[in-house]
Design a binder for this molecule. Structure first.
Ligand SMILES: [Zn+2]
Length: 103
């Protein structure tokens, strides 16, 4: 939380409404003159903050699959997500199943 608050002070913000395709009416957070990378940073930061407000801290993580370092946002009701994708979950479950069978 402290890190997000720090970044929100550090990154130039200029919240304003926008209405264009393909999203329709939505928020832009970076100043209109910003480069694309700065817009992505501002939007990602604000969406992460909204995720935490809506679902609480502890709803983001790093994929538990071996060899994968992707991050995920857990918006499920149960909040027990461990993997970035179905592919990583399946790969890990198949590996665990095979390891059990070898024993
Ligand atoms: Zn993964």
């Amino acid at each position: 939380m402290a890190m997000l608050n720090g970044l929100m002070l550090e990154i130039p913000m200029h919240p304003h409404l926008a209405d264009h395709e393909p999203h329709g009416l939505h928020m832009h957070y970076a100043p209109p003159s910003s480069r694309l990378a700065e817009r992505f940073r501002a939007t990602t930061l604000m969406n992460l903050a909204e995720l935490i407000v809506e679902h609480g801290l502890g709803r983001t993580g790093v994929c538990a699959a071996e060899g994968c370092d992707h991050v995920y946002a857990d918006t499920s009701r149960a909040g027990r997500r461990r993997f970035c994708s179905e592919g990583c979950a399946n790969r890990t479950n198949v590996a665990a199943f095979r390891a059990r069978r070898r024993e």
